[in-house]
Write a protein that binds this ligand. Structure first.
Ligand SMILES: NC(=O)c1ccc[n+]([C@@H]2O[C@H](COP(=O)([O-])OP(=O)(O)OC[C@H]3O[C@@H](n4cnc5c(N)ncnc54)[C@H](OP(=O)(O)O)[C@@H]3O)[C@@H](O)[C@H]2O)c1
Length: 216
């Protein structure tokens, strides 16, 4: 049975994430791990340049300190809106996403702290549900969003059925045990891959997001 999509009309949600051969998206303790090849990084930057917003969770900002811009081979830098989900408002001052060179929106339920370099959307915890956040983003005029992680945020999007396209790059690398896993299945599921191709440094897959619902 087809599962209906509940993303606001006119908003496209794409997930892109990289995992190691042994199933980790980060190294031990959440440390950043180099999983993508150079060719794959180029693909990710092209993908970033094609969307209105790039969304990540607070732990990704804390552990990776990404700047969430699209750096193209031509040298051009494209700056989609950066969207951070940070209920407790724990990302540190000085994080690269707060550099003010791109618009940054932080969704939080902490009303007590100020954060320079971002527009805070401080709402009641009930309004931090992912459908409510997407409604707000759609209302701000965003039409396409790339969700880059981490595992907590991606599993929220999967279980809320909010994903249109799901890209998973599996890098040709095994990293030390103890990192964060994208998939922690309680049950066995099969036939999740819609398309797969071997690329430089790994395999790029497109998954059926609806087949993962309630499973990760
Ligand atoms: N390999 C890759 O492609 C890739 C990409 C990105 C990240 N990563 C890795 O992923 C790791 C982090 O993953 P993670 O699962 O620990 O954390 P995460 O998903 O980056 O962030 C989780 C945090 O986001 C906040 N959050 C989630 N949903 C929210 C919502 N609806 N509203 C408000 N806040 C919300 C929560 O904050 P509260 O705790 O305050 O509720 C939660 O603790 C990093 O170590 C990074 O290296 C890997």
């Amino acid at each position: 049975m087809a599962i209906s999509r509940i993303v606001p009309e006119g908003l496209e949600v794409t997930v892109n994430v990289a995992q190691s051969l042994n199933g980790y998206i980060s190294g031990p303790g959440g440390r950043t791990a180099m999983i993508s090849s150079l060719q794959d990084q180029e693909r990710v930057h092209r993908l970033r340049s094609s969307v209105d917003g790039i969304l990540v969770g607070a732990n990704t900002v804390i552990n990776d300190d990404p700047d969430l811009t699209a750096r193209l081979p031509s040298g051009e830098i494209v700056r989609p809106t950066r969207i951070i989900l940070d209920a407790a408002l724990k990302i540190p001052d000085g994080s690269r996403v707060l550099d003010t060179r791109s618009r940054t929106i932080v969704f939080t339920s902490n009303h007590s702290r100020k954060l320079n370099g971002a527009e805070l959307v401080a709402v009641h915890p009930d309004e931090l549900s992912l459908p409510a956040i997407l409604e707000r983003l759609s209302g701000m005029g965003l039409k396409s969003i790339l969700v880059e992680g981490g595992a907590n945020v991606i599993s929220g999007f999967v279980s809320s059925r909010l994903i249109d396209r799901f890209y998973l790059f599996i890098g040709n690398v095994i990293i030390p045990e103890g990192g964060i896993r994208l998939f922690s299945m309680e049950v066995e599921i099969r036939d999740v891959v819609r398309e797969a191709r071997v690329v430089d440094g790994g395999v790029l897959m497109e998954l059926y997001p609806e087949k993962l619902v309630n499973k990760i």
